[in-house]
Write a protein that binds this ligand. Structure first.
Ligand SMILES: [Zn+2]
Length: 610
C-alpha cells in the first residue's frame, strides 16, 4: 500500500539511522526518527518511509515525501548514541536506493566531515534489537498511562496510516462482545472499504467511532439520525451542543467524512468532496503531521488521554479471536448425509502440511520471518497468492511463496485451496467480455486524440480468441464500434448465465499526471468476495505485464458491477489523459500483452476460486 503523507513546512526532520558506520547501508538501516512541530519524536519504519521518500525524489507520484527535499530540512544520522547533521546526503542515499546501488552512508559521513553530537535528550532509550528500533519517549514513559486498566504501554506509537491488520469479522465480533448497537456492527464493512480507498487503518477509526458513539448507542449529544460516527462538528462552530454537530445524509456518508477528517490530520487526500470541518482541520498548523493515535490527544480532542481509550479498544480488537470452523457431526446433516468422511476438506492446522496449499484471503497479508507478530515482515502478500504449506505451529503456517521464499503467515487469513487442479480451468466457463463504450460514446479521449472505445475493443479482440482456445464459452457485448447501453451490457451477461463478467476500460482524469492501472469490483454484491478475488488476479497480472503504477483494487457502484449477477469486475488499464500512457495504449503490442495478462488473471481465478 502506498501512503501519501506531506510534512508541514516547519517540520524538522531528524533521521536516526541505526547502523555501524562502515557497514553497507542497505543491510543495517531499519528505521528512523523524525521530530515534529510539537517537539515530539516519531518513529518510522525504514521500508515504509524512506523508500517512498526516494521515489518522490525521482519524481514518482508514489513518493509521499515530496515536500521534504524542497524545504531543506536536515536529517540526523544516529550511530552509537551519536547523531550527525546532514543536508543533501539523504537525497543521494535515497536516489542510490531506488537505483539499487550500494551506498555506504558511513563513508559519505566521513568525507563530508559531518559533526557528531549527543543523542537528543528527548529520546530515552534507543536499542537496536533484532532489526528493529525499539525506543520509548520520555513523554510517554512519564505520562502515567501505564496504570490505565487494560492498557499495555507500547514500545512504539500506533500509526493512523497503514493497511488493515484485523479483519472486519474480527472487529464485528469485538463489537458484539461489547454489546454494541446493531448499527455499529453493520457499519463495520464500510470502515474496511473506505480504509482501502484512503490508506487509513480501519480498526483505528472503528475503535475511535466506538468511543465517540458509545458503540452506536449514541447516548451523548449527537443523535443516531445524524449518521455522525465520530462526533464531527460543523465548520463554523466550537460549541458542544447538538446543533454544533454535522448531519450526514446516510451512514455511509458519515463514514466517508470520518475518514476524510482523519485524512486532514495525516495529510492524505480526501475521498470525494469533504465536509466543512475538514477544511478547518486542513488549515491547522499541525495538519498533515499527526501520524499516530497517541498524537491525537491535545489537538482537537476533548481530553489529554483521548488516545488511550482508542488504544484500549484496539487492544481488545486485536485480542478478539475468530473461532475456527470445525464442523461437528451435527453440522452437515442436511446436505452431506451421504458423503463419506474422507470428502471433508482439510482445515487449517491439519496434520499433513506437506500436501497443503492455501491462498491469501485478505487484501494484504504479512509474510513474516517467524511464527509470531513480533517477527519481521518479509513481504506483503496480496489476495489470492497461493502458498505451499510446509509446517505449522499453533495458528501459524510455514509456507513457500510462488517465488520460492520461505516464511510464515497466520492461518486465519488464508483459506485452503484444492491443488488437484483441472488441466484447463477455463473449459466450459461462460465468460462475458465487455469492451467499454463504443459507437456514439467514445469514452475517454487521449491527449493526442486516441479514443478509449478503440483501445477497449482492441484488447477484447486479443483476449477473446485466447479464451476460446482454452475452451471457454465467450459472450461479448459488442464486436464492433456499436453503441451499447449499460443496461444492455448487463442484460447480455445475466441472460447468458455467465460465470464471469469482465469490462475493459481505459481511464481519464483532469490532471495529466494521474497514471496507473486499477481494477474495480462491487463490495456489497452477493459475489463480492469472488469478485474481489477476481479483481486482484487481474490487477496483479496486468500491472506486472504493463509495469504501470499499481493503483490497486477498489470497490465502486458502477452500474455494470452492481447489476450483474455473477463475479464482475472492471479494469482500467491505464490513463489516456497521461501522455506516456496514451502512447503505450496506442500500440497494438500493448493490447496483446494486456489481453494475455487478463487471460492469466482469469485462469488464476478459475483455478483457485472454486
Ligand atoms: Zn471507460
Amino acid at each position: 500500500m502506498k501512503m501519501i503523507i506531506k510534512f508541514s513546512s516547519t517540520i524538522l526532520l531528524v533521521v536516526a539511522i541505526l547502523l555501524l558506520i562502515s557497514s553497507p547501508v542497505t543491510a543495517a538501516v531499519s528505521g528512523f526518527v523524525a521530530k515534529g512541530d510539537d517537539g515530539n519524536f516519531y518513529e518510522y519504519s525504514y521500508d515504509n518511509l524512506l523508500d517512498s521518500y526516494a521515489l518522490s525524489i525521482l519524481g514518482s507520484p508514489d513518493g509521499y515525501y515530496e515536500d521534504f527535499a524542497g524545504k531543506k530540512s536536515y536529517a540526523i544520522l544516529i550511530s552509537n548514541g551519536k547523531y550527525i547533521e546532514y543536508n543533501d546526503i539523504l537525497d543521494r542515499y535515497a536516489s542510490a536506493l531506488v537505483k539499487g546501488e550500494a551506498f555506504n552512508l558511513g563513508e559519505h559521513a566521513e568525507k563530508e566531515k559531518i559533526k557528531l553530537a549527543a543523542l537528543p535528550s528527548e529520546i530515552k532509550v534507543v536499542i537496536f534489537n533484532s532489526g528493529r528500533i525499539v525506543y520509548e519517549l520520555k513523554k510517554i514513559a512519564s505520562g502515567g498511562v501505564e496504570e490505565e486498566p487494560g492498557y499495555r504501554p507500547r514500545r512504539t506509537k500506533t500509526p493512523l496510516v497503514g493497511s488493515a491488520e484485523v479483519s472486519v469479522e474480527q472487529a464485528q465480533k469485538w463489537a458484539k462482545s461489547r454489546e454494541a448497537h446493531r448499527r455499529f456492527i453493520d457499519i463495520a464493512p464500510l470502515y474496511w472499504e473506505f480504509a482501502e480507498k484512503s490508506g487509513l487503518r480501519p480498526e483505528v477509526l472503528y475503535a475511535q467511532s466506538a468511543m465517540e458513539t458509545k458503540f452506536g448507542e449514541y447516548d451523548g449529544t449527537v443523535p443516531p439520525e445524524y449518521n455522525n460516527w465520530a462526533g464531527l462538528k460543523i465548520a463554523e462552530e466550537n460549541g458542544d451542543s447538538r446543533e454544533n454537530h454535522e448531519v450526514f445524509s446516510t451512514p455511509e456518508e458519515g463514514v466517508r467524512a470520518h475518514f476524510n477528517h482523519l485524512s486532514a490530520y495525516v495529510g492524505l487526500k480526501p475521498i470525494g468532496e469533504p465536509h466543512g470541518r475538514y477544511h478547518l482541520v486542513a488549515e491547522q498548523p499541525w495538519a498533515g503531521s499527526v501520524f499516530y493515535v497517541e498524537d491525537l490527544s491535545g489537538k482537537w480532542t476533548p481530553s489529554e488521554d483521548y488516545h488511550i481509550y482508542i488504544l484500549i479498544a484496539l487492544d481488545q480488537i486485536f485480542d478478539t479471536e475468530l473461532e475456527k470452523e470445525i464442523p461437528g457431526p451435527d453440522d452437515n446433516d442436511d446436505q452431506n448425509k451421504n458423503e463419506p468422511e474422507s470428502e471433508t476438506k482439510p482445515k487449517t492446522g491439519s496434520n499433513n502440511p506437506d500436501k497443503r496449499h492455501v491462498a491469501v484471503d485478505v487484501s494484504v497479508l504479512h509474510f513474516r520471518g517467524g511464527p509470531s507478530t513480533d517477527d519481521e515482515i518479509l513481504e506483503r502478500l496480496t489476495l489470492g497468492t497461493v502458498l505451499k504449506v510446509t509446517a505449522n505451529q499453533s495458528e501459524w503456517l510455514k509456507v513457500i511463496t510462488p517465488e520460492g521464499k520461505n516464511g510464515w503467515v497466520h492461518g486465519d487469513y488464508v483459506r485452503e485451496v484444492d491443488m488437484d487442479l483441472p488441466e484447463n480451468p477455463l473449459k466450459g466457463k461462460i465468460i462475458v467480455i465487455d469492451p467499454g463504450h463504443g459507437g456514439s460514446d467514445p469514452g475517454a479521449t487521449g491527449v493526442t486524440g486516441l479514443r478509449e472505445k478503440v483501445v477497449n475493443l482492441s484488447v477484447a479482440k486479443e483476449l477473446i480468441p485466447l479464451l476460446e482456445l482454452a475452451g471457454a464459452d465467450v459472450v461479448t457485448t459488442r464486436s464492433g464500434d456499436h453503441t451499447v447501453s449499460n443496461r444492455a451490457r448487463v442484460e447480455i451477461a445475466n441472460k447468458a448465465k455467465a460465470d464471469l463478467y469482465l469490462s475493459i476500460h481505459a481511464n481519464a482524469y483532469s490532471n495529466p499526471d494521474s497514471n496507473g492501472t486499477e481494477t474495480y469490483y462491487w463490495s456489497k454484491g452477493e459475489n463480492a468476495h469472488a469478485s474481489r478475488f477476481l479483481a486482484h488476479q487481474l490487477q496483479r497480472e496486468v500491472t506486472s505485464v504493463l509495469g504501470l503504477r499499481d493503483r490497486g483494487v477498489k470497490s465502486s457502484n458502477f452500474y455494470v458491477l452492481t447489476n450483474t449477477i455473477m463475479s464482475a469486475v472492471l479494469v482500467e488499464i491505464g490513463f489516456l489523459t497521461n501522455p506516456e500512457e496514451e502512447e503505450l495504449l496506442s500500440k497494438p503490442v500493448t493490447h496483446r500483452e494486456t489481453a494475455e495478462a487478463m487471460y492469466e488473471g482469469l485462469k488464476a481465478y478459475f483455478l483457485y476460486y472454486r
